[in-house]
Design a protein around this ligand. Structure first.
Ligand code: UT7
Length: 325
C-alpha cells in the first residue's frame, strides 16, 4: 500500500459576461477570422463589477466540494494558483478559505502563471503524501482581463477570466493494482532565462503598479511545443505508461495550434485532447482545471480514466502530471 492523492471531485466558474470575437473586433483592429485561424478562440468570459479572482475561485471551490460530496470544514489545505490575486496580500487562498467557512489548516497562493495549476497540484500532492494535510482544495483562478492592455491586439484577444478547482484526498491505495486511482507522477520545470518573452510590465516592488501583460507570441509558441512534448515524455517514462494508454489529455488552453502540434508530436489522436480554448480562451492558471471540469461534467472523463494534465506559461514554467481518475 502507498499514499496517493486522489481527485474526489471538480468544479468551475465563469464570469457572467461572454465576449465574442466580433465584440473584440469593435474594440481593437482585429477580425473573427484572424483570431479563429491563429488561435481557435471564438469566445471568452470577462469579469464584471463584483466578480474577482476570489469570487470565481470560491464558486469553483463550492462546486468541487459538492461534486466530491465533502464538507468545506474537512479541508485542511487550500492551494490557489493565480497571477491576478485580489490583493498583493493576503493570499487569495485565505479569502477563499474565509468565504468557504473552513478556518484552520493551511492556505496559500502559488504564482506560476499558466502552469500554476500544475505547480499547485504538485505542491498539494507532496503535502498530502507526507501527511502534512489530509484533504486539499487545489484551485486555479484568474481575472486576466484586469491586467490586459486593451489597446494591444496582440494580447487582449487571447485571454479570458475563470476558475477551476479539484478536491484532492490522501488515500492509502494498493499500488500493484493498475487501476488504483491517484496522481501517478508529476514533472515540473522552470527556466528564468525566458522571462522577457511573457511578463507583466509592473509589480509592487518595481513600479508600484500592477502592470500589463506583454508577450512575444511567436517565440512563446515555439518553446511551448518543444517543452510540452518533452515533459509529457518524461512523465510517461516515469510511470511506465505509453501515449496510447492515455484516455484524455487536458492541456493548458492557450492556442489550438499548440494543442494540436503537441498531440501530433506524441502521436496522440486529436479526439483524445480536451479543447475548451474556443469557448474560454486562455484563462492562465484556471485553464487546466476549467477544461478538466468541463470534460468531467459533459461525461467525457470518467472514473478509471488515465488523464494527462499539462501546461506551459510565463517564466517560463511548464509541467505535466499523469492521474488515474
Ligand atoms: O499562456 C501562456 C502561453 N502562451 C502561449 O502559448 C501563446 C503562444 N503564442 C501564440 O499563441 C501565437 O504566437 C499568437 C496567437 C500569439 C500569435 O499568432 P502567430 O501566428 O504567431 O502570429 P504573429 O505574432 O506572428 O503575428 C502575425 C501577424 C502580424 O502581422 P505582420 O507583422 O505579419 O504584418 C501581427 O501584427 O498578425 C498580426 N496580428 C493580428 N492581426 C489581427 C497580431 N495580433 C493580431 C490580431 N488581429 N489580434
Amino acid at each position: 500500500m502507498s499514499m496517493r492523492s486522489v481527485i474526489l471531485g471538480s468544479g468551475s466558474a465563469l464570469p457572467k459576461r461572454a465576449v465574442s470575437n466580433a465584440e473584440m473586433a469593435e474594440m481593437v483592429d482585429t477580425t473573427d477570422e484572424w483570431i479563429v485561424e491563429r488561435t481557435g478562440i471564438r469566445n471568452r468570459y470577462i469579469a464584471g463589477e463584483g466578480e474577482t479572482t476570489s469570487t470565481l475561485a470560491t464558486d469553483a471551490a463550492r462546486r468541487a466540494l459538492e461534486s466530491a460530496g465533502v464538507d468545506a470544514t474537512s479541508i485542511d489545505l487550500i492551494v490557489l494558483a493565480t497571477a491576478t490575486p485580489d490583493q498583493t496580500f493576503p493570499a487569495t487562498a485565505t479569502t477563499v478559505q474565509h468565504n468557504l467557512g473552513c478556518h484552520g489548516g493551511v492556505a496559500f497562493d502559488i504564482a506560476a502563471v499558466c502552469s500554476g495549476f500544475l505547480y499547485a497540484m504538485s505542491t498539494a500532492d507532496a503535502m498530502l503524501r507526507t501527511g502534512a494535510a489530509k484533504r486539499a482544495l487545489v484551485i486555479g483562478a484568474e481575472t486576466f482581463s484586469r491586467i490586459l492592455d486593451w489597446d494591444d491586439r496582440t494580447t487582449c484577444v487571447l485571454f479570458g477570466d475563470g476558475a477551476g478547482a479539484v478536491v484532492l484526498e490522501a488515500q492509502d491505495v494498493d499500488e500493484t493494482d493498475p487501476n488504483a486511482p491517484g496522481i501517478l507522477a508529476t514533472r515540473l520545470h522552470a527556466d528564468g532565462r525566458h522571462n522577457d518573452l511573457l511578463y507583466v510590465d509592473g509589480g509592487p516592488s518595481s513600479t508600484g503598479t500592477v502592470g500589463k501583460v506583454r508577450m512575444r507570441g511567436r517565440e512563446v509558441f515555439r518553446h511551448a511545443v518543444v517543452n510540452l512534448a518533452s515533459v509529457l515524455s518524461e512523465v510517461l517514462e516515469a510511470t511506465g505508461h505509453t501515449a496510447e494508454e492515455i484516455d484524455w489529455v487536458v492541456p493548458h488552453q492557450a492556442n489550438y495550434r499548440i494543442l494540436d502540434a503537441t498531440a501530433r508530436k506524441l502521436g496522440l489522436p486529436a479526439e483524445k485532447v480536451v479543447v475548451t480554448v474556443d469557448r474560454h480562451a486562455n484563462t492562465s492558471a484556471a485553464s487546466v482545471p476549467l477544461a478538466f471540469d468541463t470534460a468531467v461534467k459533459d461525461g467525457r472523463i470518467k472514473k478509471g480514466d488515465l488523464v494527462m494534465f499539462e501546461a506551459m506559461g510565463g517564466g517560463f514554467t511548464w509541467g505535466a502530471s499523469l492521474v488515474r481518475i
